[in-house]
Design a protein around this ligand. Structure first.
Ligand SMILES: N[C@@H](CCC(=O)N[C@@H](CS)C(=O)NCC(=O)O)C(=O)O
Length: 310
């Protein structure tokens, strides 16, 4: 069976979502620690330009964005399910809210000056400046704007109070079992909890804290450390998985076989160029030939990405 590799770093909230998905599915995987800021030459050799964290590699197939990584892991191991039967759309839409709205709140709270100072206490000034400059570049050119911190603080309390009230009567957001909606809500709250200055904001939410513990207990599966060079070599030595042709027609008129670019629309909008080799309502797949990684198929979710004729 193809080897799974997660490209991530410890402090990233979306990486925490990725690690928990692998834990939820009780999967073993290679664990590559990537840089927190650009440049990321080995990651980009695999993705062709996409730089966000995390990325899932399945031999020579590269999956960008945790929304699609969730669907790939569900295919690899259907049970326990991240998308409960009958609630598939609800689970995915709730996860989308958390990954975007709730995450934006957690970014605004974490990037306020005193929270940044507490998080980076003892870190050399030039590293902090380099981090801030990198994130400035990350958020340029897309649709996402940094939220006003006072608005974020007030709305954060509303969302957390709602969650706390609901979690008083059931263990997980959609009932008796955890699903993708729980993991997506967890990571922005985990991000806030990881800040020494912000963590006390969670103290008053008793049921939410008990739920956080249940999610923490899911764990991270079975990671084995791997170097980024070995991950590139794994891609080079493997062939992308065979694709089964379908008759899907996209409303944008773009067809399999065309040269395209694919880029996120919100932030981290660096385009990936290649040949469109597969698409459906959820996913687009681009083939590219990399000097180091060889032929790879790079997979993106349709939601949140623009596919353009090159
Ligand atoms: N929609 C993406 C968002 C990923 C994301 O924003 N990741 C952050 C880290 S939590 C990131 O890429 N930051 C810049 C970086 O790591 O270079 C997903 O679901 O994977």
């Amino acid at each position: 069976m193809a080897t799974l590799v997660l490209h991530h770093y410890p402090q990233s909230p979306f990486a925490e979502k990725g690690r928990l998905m692998l834990g939820f599915k009780k999967l073993a995987y290679g664990s590559v620690t990537i840089p927190r800021v650009m440049p990321k030459p080995d990651l980009v050799a695999l993705t062709g330009g996409y730089r966000k964290t995390p990325v899932l590699q399945v031999d020579a197939d590269i999956y960008c964005d945790t929304a699609l990584i969730a669907r790939r892991l569900e295919r690899r191991k259907p049970l326990p399910t991240l998308f409960p039967p009958g609630l598939e759309a609800v689970a995915a839409t709730l996860a989308h809210f958390a990954d975007h709205e709730l995450f934006q709140h957690s970014v605004a709270l974490n990037f306020q000056p005193d929270a940044m100072a507490a998080r980076f206490a003892g870190v050399p000034e030039e590293h902090v400046r380099a981090f801030a400059a990198d994130r400035g570049a990350l958020f340029s050119g897309g649709t996402m704007r940094r939220m006003d911190v006072e608005v974020a603080r007030a709305q954060w309390a509303t969302v957390l109070a709602r969650l706390d009230a609901q979690l008083g009567s059931q263990p997980y957001l959609l009932g008796e079992h955890a699903c993708i909606a729980d993991l997506a809500h967890y990571h922005p709250i985990w991000f806030v909890r990881s800040s020494p200055l912000l963590a006390p904001m969670l103290d008053r939410y008793e049921f939410l804290q008990a739920w956080m513990q249940r999610i923490t207990d899911i764990g991270h599966g079975t990671p084995t450390p791997m170097s980024s060079a070995d991950a590139v070599e794994l891609a080079r030595a493997s062939e992308p998985a065979e694709l089964v042709a379908n008759d899907f027609e996209s409303t944008d008129g773009i067809r399999v076989g065309q040269s395209v670019t694919v880029a996120a629309t919100d932030y981290g909008v660096d385009p990936v160029a290649g040949t469109l080799v597969w698409q459906d309502n959820e996913e687009v797949v681009v083939a590219r030939d990399d000097e180091r990684a060889g032929r790879v198929h790079v997979h993106f979710p349709r939601i949140g990405f623009r596919v353009a004729a090159a």
